[in-house]
Design a protein around this ligand. Structure first.
Ligand code: NAG
Ligand code: NAG
Ligand code: NAG
Ligand code: NAG
Ligand code: NAG
Ligand code: NAG
Ligand code: NAG
Ligand code: NAG
Ligand code: NAG
Ligand code: NAG
Ligand code: NAG
Length: 391
């Protein structure tokens, strides 16, 4: 990138931070491994690490209390075996220490949990119990439930975090190294969440964006096998890697909701790279882009590279006995490319896979067009997004 562009970007970044909730700071300096780990961080940043006052992320989060004050937590390299639950409304940023703040593949902070549900060996409890990270105001707001509308969130449940962010962290649910029931790495409901240079790894139901959940992922790595991007809310994934660790169900499985206002709840995979996790996987033409968790599923893979793991037909039905496909099902693509994109085969599967025209895609083409304010449904809920995340 030209120096002048970089300069312009830093000026823009500075302006943006100055007017947003979150205190302006130099992210690279704060995250750099230095003698005083907190140098360059916002005043009041909490430090988590071995031998520090806080040795778990959750203890630092709980110490903040349920206030609306913005807060930042810096986490030293290591493996933290814990679940992290964030219920507070106040803006919160979690940073992993790193000397490569613009590359998720070098992250050295792992937050690890091992749990799954829904099989004979695990027993059956809500998917919410399994997640490594949960951002939701209450436990009930975070539950998945079952049936076309899922678990009802009790009326009057307040909105949770207004501006939650992570940079350079890995959230790993390593229950078993293959699909063995839902095992969430992240669960977001009734909250606005931005994930930057962050990894989410498990095999099944890895990323859950639940009711009134809004999530933006930039330069992230999402790894999974079965229905591993699922939910009710709105997810925008941009310039990220979707890593296929096997095939099962589909990549996406969304449940649409009837609302009194127009909604665009769904999963939007934009300018990303969808490919097998490594070359030893033998999954040529086996993975589906998605399948409808209910008939109002909405997902769009746009302008993305698809490797040869993707099925020629693109999307699939839920199952042959219960297809869940009707005229309200939006299983779509726009200008995808790569060996996993076969236009002839996609056209033959037009009853499941929609190739959008520019006009059809236009209403879904930016985050501001799809992210909605909770409760009112007004579009343009994007002030919590870090538009210039590079450090
Ligand atoms: C946190 O504070 C908000 C706003 O005051 C409130 O609605 C919510 O119930 C509180 N949550 C908890 C867990 O106390
Ligand atoms: C930390 O976790 C990673 C990922 O699960 C693992 O590969 C690594 O061996 C662990 N390191 C230690 C020191 O336990
Ligand atoms: C998962 O977590 C739930 C709730 O804490 C617990 O009851 C269950 O035993 C755990 N399951 C596994 C497989 O560890
Ligand atoms: C996080 O939430 C889950 C689900 O409610 C619960 O099982 C777990 O104990 C919570 N963990 C922490 C650290 O609060
Ligand atoms: C959570 O939901 C369950 C079942 O849906 C309900 O019985 C319970 O009262 C709810 N808890 C709260 C605190 O709303
Ligand atoms: C390739 O990825 C699969 C799925 O995650 C994993 O089981 C396997 O160990 C990986 N192989 C190599 C050589 O990394
Ligand atoms: C939404 O409304 C349509 C039309 O009434 C109905 O067929 C569908 O089942 C409803 N979906 C949900 C998730 O409630
Ligand atoms: C890959 O899988 C296919 C179908 O399952 C099988 O026919 C083929 O032998 C496998 N190739 C390798 C190299 O394992
Ligand atoms: C889509 O078309 C295929 C092949 O013609 C057919 O087997 C399948 O049942 C159709 N699915 C739906 C949901 O109409
Ligand atoms: C289903 O599609 C029809 C026709 O496009 C539209 O009028 C209706 O609002 C849709 N219903 C839902 C629940 O999305
Ligand atoms: C694309 O799909 C068509 C129809 O299924 C098939 O005949 C053709 O061989 C495929 N092309 C490639 C390059 O795989």
């Amino acid at each position: 990138m030209a120096y002048s562009t970089l300069l312009l970007r830093s000026i823009l970044t500075f302006c943006l931070f100055s007017i947003s909730f979150v205190q302006a700071y130099d992210r690279r300096a704060c995250q750099a491994p230095t003698r005083n780990p907190l140098s360059g961080c916002p005043v009041g940043t909490l430090l988590v690490g071995l031998g520090q006052k806080f040795t778990s992320v959750q203890s630092a989060v709980l110490s903040l209390g349920n206030t609306t004050n913005p807060a930042t937590i810096l986490i030293l390299p290591g493996n933290y075996t814990e679940q992290v639950n964030v219920t507070r409304q106040g803006p919160l940023t979690l940073l992993g220490q790193t000397s490569s703040p613009n590359d998720a593949s070098y992250n050295v902070v792992n937050i690890i949990w091992h749990n799954a549900t829904g099989t004979a060996t695990t027993g059956t409890y809500d998917n919410a119990y399994t997640s490594v990270l949960t951002v939701a105001p209450t436990f009930n707001a975070s539950t998945t439930g079952s049936g076309p509308t899922g678990n009802p969130v009790p009326p009057g449940t307040p909105f949770g975090n207004l501006d939650f962010r992570t940079y350079n962290l890995n959230f790993i649910n390593d229950y078993l190294p293959y699909s063995a029931g839902p095992s969430l790495a992240v669960s977001v409901s009734y909250a606005n969440t931005g994930f930057y240079y962050t990894q989410f790894l498990s095999y099944q139901d890895t990323v859950y964006i639940g009711k009134l959940g809004s999530a933006y992922m930039y330069s992230c790595i999402v790894g999974g096998q079965t229905d591993f991007v699922y939910g009710f809310g709105t997810l925008w994934v941009t310039e990220s890697e979707i890593q296929l660790r096997g095939c099962g169900g589909g990549i996406t499985a969304w449940k649409g909701t009837n609302t009194t206002f127009e909604n665009k709840y769904g999963a939007y995979i934009y300018k990303s790279h969808v490919a097998k996790a490594n070359s030893t996987l033998n999954i040529t033409h086996e993975c589906a882009l998605g399948r409808p968790w209910n008939a109002q599923h909405r997902s769009i893979f746009a302008l993305s590279y698809l490797d040869d793991s993707i099925q020629p037909n693109g999307y699939i039905e839920w199952s042959s006995s219960d297809p869940r496909v009707n005229f309200n099902t939006t299983m779509a693509e726009f200008h995808d490319f790569g060996p996993g994109f076969n236009l002839t085969a996609r056209e033959a599967a037009s009853n499941v896979t929609i190739e959008m025209t520019p006009k059809e895609y236009a209403p879904y083409s930016t985050p501001a067009l799809v992210f909605q304010y909770p409760f009112s449904g007004a579009f343009g809920n994007v002030a919590w997004i870090d538009e210039y995340p590079r450090a």
